[in-house]
Write a protein that binds this ligand. Structure first.
Ligand code: NCD
Length: 303
């Protein structure tokens, strides 16, 4: 079964082969043919808001000649409102589609869904847990923009505790040689201990750096993230940490010429719009890479 639940499950070889396929998919996307998923249906079940992830998955499936059925606000507009369990919903939907893309607000939801599903389940984010397909497109972005996946210093900036894209990215990249993470986060939202331990066990180094300017000078990639407002227990706690680390022209001035700024988006003030015109601002290009990468994933899951 080709479920996609955690970035931990991707081997080095998996990642490189998916990157290669995604490069071919970029061509297919440009040329508009090479369709091989005709007659297959992807079901997108989204219990949390999404723009990029849902639309790029739908675009990927359509570009491969497949079809899509989708519920974008499953928390309110599915039978979850009537008290249906996630497991029951999956048992029903698996009969309608060939692959399920699931975003859910609870950690572990994708694994629970995979346990009962006869068709592949692809996690599109499970609460503050993981976001493995984002990690894959982030890895693809680094490979595309910097032409390598080793010997990298990556500053992880912002809400490293609740930011699921960060967790998956650390899991995925830490298996490549000479990976150094610099954690730039408010003291109340550090990278979780188990994520740090996983990375160091795989040979990556993880260091705390409270000064964003210093991190900018040392890094090949600045991975900025949004403070995950919806995961905070109180608005005061959120207000206390938001806006602490902002990328603006002062930070840009301290970055290496060849370094890039990434962000899974959406941003909520943590990158000044004045940064967008700089060629090192890679975040919109990064969002576009989501389509070929998800095409490659769907092709693999439905092969
Ligand atoms: C992220 C997510 O949903 O975790 N967005 C995305 O999928 N590109 C990041 C975020 O919401 O901050």
């Amino acid at each position: 079964m080709k479920h996609v639940i955690s970035a931990k499950h991707f081997t080095n070889a998996d990642i490189l082969s998916l990157i290669e396929t995604a490069i071919q998919m970029e061509q297919i996307k440009k040329q508009g043919h090479g369709l091989n998923l005709a007659g297959r249906i992807m079901g997108a079940l989204f219990f949390e808001p999404s723009t990029r992830t849902r639309l790029s998955f739908e675009s990927a499936m359509l570009r491969l000649g497949g079809q899509v059925i989708s519920t974008e606000n499953a928390r309110e507009f599915s039978s979850a409102v009537k008290g249906e369990t996630l497991e029951d919903t999956i048992r029903v939907v698996e009969g309608y589609v060939d692959v399920i893309v699931l975003r859910h607000h609870e950690i572990g939801a994708a694994a629970r869904a995979a346990n009962v599903s006869a068709v592949p389940v692809i996690s599109a984010g499970d609460g503050a847990g993981e976001h493995p397909t984002q990690a894959l497109l982030d890895t693809f972005t680094i490979a595309r923009e910097l032409s390598r996946l080793d010997d990298l210093t990556i500053a992880l900036v912002g809400d490293l505790m609740y930011g699921r894209t960060v967790h998956s990215l650390v899991y995925m990249l830490s298996q490549f040689p000479k990976i150094h993470f610099l954690c730039v986060s408010p003291s109340t939202t550090p990278l979780p201990r188990d994520v740090v331990d996983f990375a160091t066990t795989r040979g990556a180094s993880v260091q705390i750096e409270n000064d964003l300017g210093r991190a900018a000078e040392a890094s090949d990639v600045i991975y900025q993230t949004r403070v995950q407002k919806e995961r905070f227990h109180s608005m005061e706690d959120y207000e206390a940490v938001k806006g602490q680390y902002i990328i603006d022209e002062h930070i840009l001035a301290r970055m290496n010429e060849k370094a890039i700024i990434m962000h899974p988006l959406p941003r909520a003030g943590e990158i000044a719009p004045t940064v967008d015109a700089d060629p090192r601002a890679a975040y919109f290009r990064q969002s576009h890479y989501g389509v070929p990468v998800r095409m490659a994933l769907l092709a693999r899951c439905l092969a």
